[in-house]
Design a protein. Structure first.
Length: 487
């Protein structure tokens, strides 16, 4: 792979057969996910624990709905991060500034009390994570040429970094929350993001000139117009909050609706844009069924932080050799499986190359696997109290991990391959819309969870997901043809 720049020799250096820039993006995403998941796994408990236990005392269903809605808003904000990268800063600088905003959000959660701290902190983390996530993945995609068989393997290694952070973060913040308090746990998330930023600056040169360009620069005279649009949008949000149209109780439903409308609008913009060539529009159409399948997958998976967080706190026996582990460690189990399995999947996809299952079939297997994982909870349904051993749930979460590796890193990779040139970063934001839609839906669905009706809850959702996966599998040949040469 050639860079076409003066530092070409440096840019052609590889690690495990992949571009050297992968190591820097691996590291910054590791620390960003450390801070994000470290905060997210204790957020629900902070919202619904009583004041005597250090929480805010909200109703449990409201708290899990907020967690789901917040996750959806993080991914919704990727469109803003993608737009800033494509029109103003370029991907590389947007990653850095996004990390700074994330760090400020965790600081706000750590030092500001009550709902004011939650509001300020979550808004900043959502905006910063949106900017960083869409652009880190897109920036990695620029290191590979279209059709490069190494891309799936590279994104799987990148996904290993994500899950190292997702594993370590909840362990540390969970211990700090139970031993010292919630705000110290949030502070640890801020420290993690600061470490990520320091590493990113120190090794920035490994990326060479990738991501420095602004592909569709915003004319200087247009800045005032877009700033005015931003102010009006902010005022509308504030107005809906003060009039009661949006409440904490319905936040996940509103977020889901907003993401659906925004996704439809974004597909329409790309398909009608004069900057998108005919073959690129065909590839965008191929992305639509993958978008839907991804949303179904994440609506179940992200319940680790909504329904399964409550399940962990009320139904799981966390006693390990006489010591009781924090309930928030539920967030660290699945990443362990990802860490163990990621290298195997990376080698598998790299060696199979174009002989591997097509992307649509990988998506189908991932969605079906996620549905099957939910069905594994059925044997424990009907019991009461903390009767479910943590090891049993750890085994079920292995099925979560296999399903995730079939769909998530593959989704990141194929999005960069299907993206129109003029919408490279914003196409990645659209991918994250599907993740956000599933995440906010996890908050909506959590409102229907009742320990007394677990069999129906896990059974219905599991069967629906399996059916969705079968449909995608049946359509896989048609989707592949629309992808126009992208495997």
């Amino acid at each position: 792979m050639t860079s076409g720049h003066a530092g070409e020799a440096t840019h052609d250096r590889t690690v495990f057969g992949h571009p050297l820039g992968l190591t820097n993006l691996f590291g910054v995403e590791l620390w960003e996910r450390f801070s994000y998941y470290g905060m997210l796994t204790i957020l629900g408990y902070y919202l619904y624990y009583s004041a005597t236990d250090g929480g805010l005392g909200l109703p449990q269903a409201t708290a899990t709905g907020i967690v789901g809605a917040y996750g959806g808003l993080v991914y919704l904000s990727t469109v803003l991060g993608g737009w800033v990268a494509d029109r103003v800063l370029g991907m590389e600088r947007t990653v850095f500034y996004g990390g700074v905003v994330v760090m400020l959000g965790h600081i706000a959660l750590a030092i500001l009390p009550g709902l004011a701290g939650v509001g300020a902190g979550l808004v900043l983390v959502a905006l910063g994570s949106g900017a960083l996530k869409a652009n880190a993945s897109s920036l990695l995609g620029t290191l590979y040429d279209k059709g490069d068989a190494r891309a799936d393997g590279g994104f799987t290694l990148f996904y290993l970094g994500i899950n190292l952070g997702a594993f370590i973060g909840p362990l540390i913040t969970g211990l700090l929350q139970t031993r010292v308090g919630f705000h110290v746990g949030f502070g640890a998330a801020a420290v993690g993001m600061a470490l990520g930023l320091a590493q990113y600056v120190a090794f920035r040169r490994n990326l060479g000139e990738h991501g420095r360009e602004v592909p569709n620069p915003l004319p200087r005279e247009a800045f005032a117009k877009y700033a005015a649009v931003g102010v009006v949008a902010l005022l509308l949000v504030v107005a809906t909050l003060f009039t009661g149209l949006i409440t904490l109780a319905n936040l996940s439903q509103v977020t889901t609706g907003v993401i659906v409308v925004a996704s439809i609008a974004y597909f329409a913009v790309m398909l009608r844009s004069s900057h998108v060539e005919r073959v690129e529009k065909t590839r965008v159409r191929a992305f639509i069924p993958l978008f839907v399948a991804n949303a179904v997958f994440w609506s179940l998976f992200q319940q680790i932080f909504t329904v399964l967080a409550v399940y962990s706190d009320e139904r799981m026996d966390w006693t390990i050799f006489g010591w009781t582990a924090p309930s928030s460690w539920i967030g660290s189990i699945e990443p362990v499986w990802i860490i163990l399995l990621s290298p195997l999947f990376a080698v598998l996809w790299t060696r199979l190359g174009n002989r591997a299952p097509t992307t649509p079939r990988k998506f189908a297997y991932g969605v079906m696997g996620m549905g099957a994982a939910f069905l594994l909870f059925l044997p424990m349904a009907g019991t009461t109290g903390r009767t479910v051993p943590a090891l049993v749930v750890a085994g079920i979460l292995a099925a979560f991990a296999v399903s995730e590796l079939m769909i998530s890193p593959i989704g990141l990779a194929v999005t960069t391959q299907l993206a129109p040139t003029a919408f490279r970063a914003q196409m990645m934001a659209l991918y994250f819309f599907s993740v956000g839609l599933g995440t906010s839906m996890s908050g909506v669905l959590s409102g229907y969870y009742d320990p007394a009706k677990e069999f129906a809850y896990f059974g219905i959702l599991g069967v629906v997901a399996i059916v969705a996966g079968v449909v995608v599998w049946a359509l896989s040949g048609w989707i592949s043809r629309l992808m126009e040469g992208v495997h």
